[in-house]
Design a protein around this ligand. Sequence first.
Ligand SMILES: NC(=O)C1=CN([C@@H]2O[C@H](COP(=O)(O)OP(=O)(O)OC[C@H]3O[C@@H](n4cnc5c(N)ncnc54)[C@H](OP(=O)(O)O)[C@@H]3O)[C@@H](O)[C@H]2O)C=CC1
Ligand SMILES: O=C(O)C1=N[C@H](C(=O)O)C[C@H](O)C1
Length: 267
Amino acid sequence: MTTNRIGVFGANGRMGLALLEAATIKEQTQLTGAYVRSSSSLLGINVNQVNSAADNSVSFSEETTIDNVDVLIDFTLPAGMKNHLKTAVAQKIPMVIGTTGLTSDDMALLHDAAKHIPIVFARNYSVGVNVLLNLVQTAATKFGDDLDIEIFEAHHRHKIDAPSGTALAIGESIAQAKGWDHDEVAVYDRSQVETAKSQNEIGYSVLRGGDIVGEHTAYFATMGERLELTHKASSRMTFALGAVRAASWLKNKPVGLYDMQDVLDLK
Ligand SMILES: NC(=O)C1=CN([C@@H]2O[C@H](COP(=O)(O)OP(=O)(O)OC[C@H]3O[C@@H](n4cnc5c(N)ncnc54)[C@H](OP(=O)(O)O)[C@@H]3O)[C@@H](O)[C@H]2O)C=CC1
Ligand SMILES: O=C(O)C1=N[C@H](C(=O)O)C[C@H](O)C1
């Protein structure tokens, strides 16, 4: 097996720094690019000075200077991801994407790009959440119709998008199993609603605070019992190592759009 050379966009972000470390410590993988914006004060600085566990032969460089890379990884914001996607398509480099908060237009761009390069896009790169995406489908279909389904998520105070990408992925997985259109059954705000909830609903609630890495619970509540399926991430390295694993899996794949369930063979 040849070494997989990894370039990381948004290398100074919370996930970016974890990805620098993951690409350094993972076997058969080499960190070869740590990309930041052209305005960044980190340009030219060794990554090792910001994360001592990251490869000391790499310095932060401009995101327009990609070279010597087999797979690019992007955990940034939607605007950044879209620029990075254009670069990856232009240079025909496979891409692993974890950025959340994407609109349906952004998703259409991803689908188009995946006609030209192989892409893994997942809203959560942990093993646990990807197993959970299957478990919620079982739970959603084993109770009768007299069932209330709610999803709760909690994240750190800096998180911008809500509900989290993972919460939406869980809801979409449930909707698929129930044969529902997710957009029609998703309820994000009950503050203006003056009627009792209907059973064909997936309700979302959100907490933001402190340094919570990421917690998700799907509730299946009926009369007399309630099932709660919870996943808790306690380190960003879980997501980063998952993304680097996805990058190794992706290296020689044909063009197309894949997800972490493909990587983990969970479909
Ligand atoms: N799929 C998964 O498993 C996971 C996904 N995520 C997602 O990853 C994303 C990043 O999260 P996190 O690391 O906490 O966020 P941070 O805010 O810590 O980092 C964001 C990074 O993106 C860069 N960035 C933002 N906008 C642009 C742009 N327009 N062009 C280029 N670079 C840009 C920032 O650069 P600068 O500092 O210069 O602004 C920074 O490096 C979020 O969408 C989050 O939801 C997070 C964890 C797991
Ligand atoms: O922003 C984060 O931190 C996370 N974002 C992802 C999401 O939106 O689901 C995944 C993880 O929960 C952490």
